[in-house]
Design a protein around this ligand. Structure first.
Ligand code: AMP
Ligand code: GLY
Length: 426
């Protein structure tokens, strides 16, 4: 069979690598891909951007692609699944209505409340009904969120009332374009975050291995928020009891709620959770896709055939599907360009990749491109080095040995990926 992966980051490299391992798969195409996918056996890049739904549809129809897996949210929110369906093509990912869980934070909050799923108290505002007096009466800190997709930059944790007003007015004033036409203002939640991702098919969910992301740029969880500087799986915080509670209080009510609202949801569903000190799994956000970089360690541990799992979900056969995991821990360290998440240099030559390829573990590419046979940096998050080990600490050592084998002038990375798991003795 032929598989198409839509996207060009580290998550998509991991998906392409995993699909290429399937004995059922003859060829994997990645649109647009990166240097890592270009160099992967059985995998070929296609020069089409991930949000060019029309060009992707023509390509998939022309190549007779059997299964398309969509990495990023933008094409899902834009309706790629319906477009592929209309062309008779199988596309794994929710339709537009389901993707609104990620595409509109206000929609997601109303959904959560309507279906009694734990989440922070909130209010929605547009420019027309903005109420500064209400905000001045809220307890600090307050979290202000742009309603629409803002590439991870639309959330600000405000420590003073003045900052709340400034941020809210800046968002509603157009600083985030259409994403800020409405905002959500919500209570700040205490606790520890986990990423809980399931394969969903209607009311049936197959949970993937748990994981934890490191959102802040610098060691000790300091510095600006990023798309994620590293992740590991499993998350020791998610004990069997907490796992059962998340399924019961978050995942099942979400899938039943979607069904009750008339939304057929097939695809990955990512619940970003804040686990409160009393164990309550509060939903911070939904994503209608896999996480990046969570996917890289998760795919390292997945032993089952990924295309078959996606096909089973599309066919409504997920209840009978089984998934098996490598029992070892996987730790993924993101290597970024200095300056990320703000301005950073591009086009720097990366050396040491061949030496790293001889070491245990795996380097997934994100922001890289090929010039001749040279691999150049081409984005903020450049690589993700993933190690496996019987303990988090041995997986971490393997990941950092990979990082130390590679070099470019402006590389930066966190040295403490996995610290929460290590603190739990994992
Ligand atoms: P979101 O895109 O909604 O997940 O927000 C990005 C990040 O902001 C989350 O991963 C959290 O670290 C933080 N965050 C969002 N909402 C809250 C909240 N209500 N309380 C505390 N932290 C939050
Ligand atoms: N790592 C967080 C995300 O993919 O949204």
């Amino acid at each position: 069979m032929k598989v198409l992966i839509v996207g060009g980051g580290g998550r998509e490299h991991a998906l392409a690598w995993k699909c290429a391992q399937s004995t059922r798969v003859d060829a994997v195409f990645v649109a647009p891909g990166n240097a890592g996918t270009a160099l992967e056996p059985k995998v070929r890049n296609v020069a089409i951007e991930a949000d060019d739904v029309e060009a992707l549809t023509s390509f998939a129809a022309g190549e007779r692609i059997d299964l398309t897996i969509v990495g990023p949210e933008a094409p899902l929110v834009a309706g790629i699944t319906e477009r592929f369906g209309a062309a008779g093509l199988l596309c794994f990912g929710p339709g537009r209505a389901g993707a609104r869980l990620e595409g509109s934070k206000g929609f997601a909050k109303d959904f959560l409340t309507r279906h009694h799923i734990p989440t922070a108290a909130y209010r929605r505002f547009t420019r027309d009904d903005f109420d500064p007096q209400y905000l001045l009466g809220c307890r600090l800190p307050i979290v202000v969120k742009a309603d629409g997709l803002a590439a991870g930059k639309g959330v600000v944790i405000c420590e003073t009332h003045q900052q709340v007003l400034e941020v809210a007015e800046r968002m509603l004033g157009g600083a985030f374009g259409a994403a800020g036409e409405a905002i959500v203002v919500e209570e700040f939640l205490q606790g520890e975050e986990v990423s809980f991702i399931v394969l969903a098919s209607g009311r049936t969910a197959l949970p993937l291995a748990s994981s934890q992301d490191h959102k802040r740029r610098d060691d000790g969880d300091r510095g600006p928020n990023t798309g994620g500087m590293g992740a590991y799986s499993p998350a020791p915080l998610v004990t069997p009891a907490l796992h059962a509670r998340i399924m019961r209080e978050v995942i099942q009510p979400t899938l039943y709620g979607l069904h009750a609202d008339g939304i057929a949801y097939t695809g990955f569903l990512y619940a970003g959770l804040m686990i409160a000190p009393d164990g309550t799994p509060n939903v911070l956000e939904f994503n209608c896709r896999l996480g990046d970089p969570e996917t890289q360690p998760i795919m390292m541990r997945l032993q089952s055939d990924l295309p078959s799992l996606c096909e089973a979900a599309i066919a409504g056969d997920l209840a009978r599907a089984e998934v098996s995991w490598d029992p070892r821990a996987a730790v993924g360290v993101v290597v970024a360009a200095t300056g990320y998440p703000d301005a950073y240099p591009k086009g720097e030559r990366i050396t040491g990749l061949e030496a790293a390829a001889r070491l245990p573990g795996k380097i997934f590419h994100a922001g890289t491109t090929l010039r001749g046979d040279q691999v150049l940096t081409n984005g903020g998050r450049v690589l993700c080095a993933v190690g496996l080990g019987s303990t988090v600490s041995s997986a971490q050592r393997q990941a950092y040995a990979l990082v130390e084998a590679i070099h470019w002038d402006s590389m930066q990375y966190r040295r403490d990926i996995g610290h929460r798991a290590l603190a739990r003795g994992a």
